[in-house]
Design a protein around this ligand. Structure first.
Ligand code: AMP
Length: 278
């Protein structure tokens, strides 16, 4: 089992020991309730670093009022077993008072250009909370490499820009989306789905794939989007957005440059997100 570290002094000792031995530190931040998607991030870090650290912290500042902070699944014992299976060395699981010692914490504000679209539009302040906690985690763990999933592609781009803007001495690595056999992107929130919702859930991925295929064939995005919304609604979703954006800066897609189709939709209690490259 990986060692669980719950205080900053213990963390600094463990990191210091690894550094003294000349080890590179690989880091995977998570909110726990781990699945194979999370474990793939540890597996991506392992060959590049001698010590791998995962954090488990359900971050209150990235949840809006009325969102699922209290209901968010917590499963530390099972998470530790899963992390042991991929050779994670230790787990940083700070209490909330350690992460946020002040009642009114210092917060980052993500530039509008990156935050006021896609998920940021329906979750105001969400990415400010994400950037704030990741900056804190980076200053606590001081990793050489940090791995994030492309499932949260907007988050990955924001964190890349944050690292560049603050000249943080950490390399960020994006890892591909891990899916269930039927295409549904793995997510801690998939556990909110009942049986019939779970059966309908892969529709989101199918719609993104159909839209990307249509765009590759030169079809009009507005028509594809309307078709996608129809398909999602027929499957019982309440669509939030379906967008085609640059994979470099989330702006308008540019010819010859990488782009992705992004989607988010509610299905029962779960807000599902996914994206595919063109
Ligand atoms: P979370 O615990 O949801 O905050 O996610 C922690 C990290 O796992 C983030 O970098 C996510 O992008 C990544 N992640 C979540 N689901 C997947 C997945 N299905 N495939 C790859 N990475 C994922």
């Amino acid at each position: 089992m990986p060692r669980v570290v719950e205080s900053l002094s213990e963390l600094h000792q463990a990191i210091g020991r690894a550094r003294d031995r000349g080890r590179r530190i690989g880091f995977v931040p998570t909110m726990g309730n781990l699945h194979r998607g999370h474990l793939s991030l540890v597996e991506a870090a392992a060959p590049r670093c001698e010590t791998t650290v995962a954090s488990i912290f359900v971050n209150p500042t990235q949840f809006g009022p009325g969102e699922d902070f209290d209901a968010y699944p917590r499963s530390l014992e099972a998470d530790l077993e899963a992390l042991a299976s991929v050779g994670c060395d230790f787990v940083w699981a700070p209490p909330v008072e350690t992460m946020y010692p002040l009642k009114q914490p210092f917060m980052l504000r993500v530039p509008e250009r990156l935050a006021d679209c896609l998920c940021g539009r329906s979750r105001p302040g969400h990415f400010d909370g994400v950037a704030t906690v990741v900056l804190r985690l980076f200053s606590q763990v001081a990793p050489d490499l940090a791995v994030f999933g492309e499932k949260d592609f907007q988050q990955l781009l924001i964190l890349r820009q944050m690292a560049r803007d603050f000249s943080l001495p950490v390399e960020l690595l994006g890892a591909p989306i891990v899916r269930e056999d039927d295409g549904l992107a793995m997510s801690s929130r998939n556990g909110y789905l009942d049986e019939s919702e779970r059966a309908a859930a892969p529709t989101l991925y199918r719609v993104l794939e159909t839209t990307a295929k249509g765009l590759n064939a030169g079809e009009d995005f507005t028509a594809l989007k309307a078709q996608g919304f129809d398909e999602l609604e027929s499957a019982g979703f309440r669509p939030d957005y379906l967008e085609w954006r640059s994979a470099e800066d989330l702006g308008k897609p540019r010819a010859g440059r990488p782009s992705r189709v992004f989607g988010a939709a509610w299905l029962g209690r779960a807000r599902l997100i996914d994206n595919v490259p063109l």
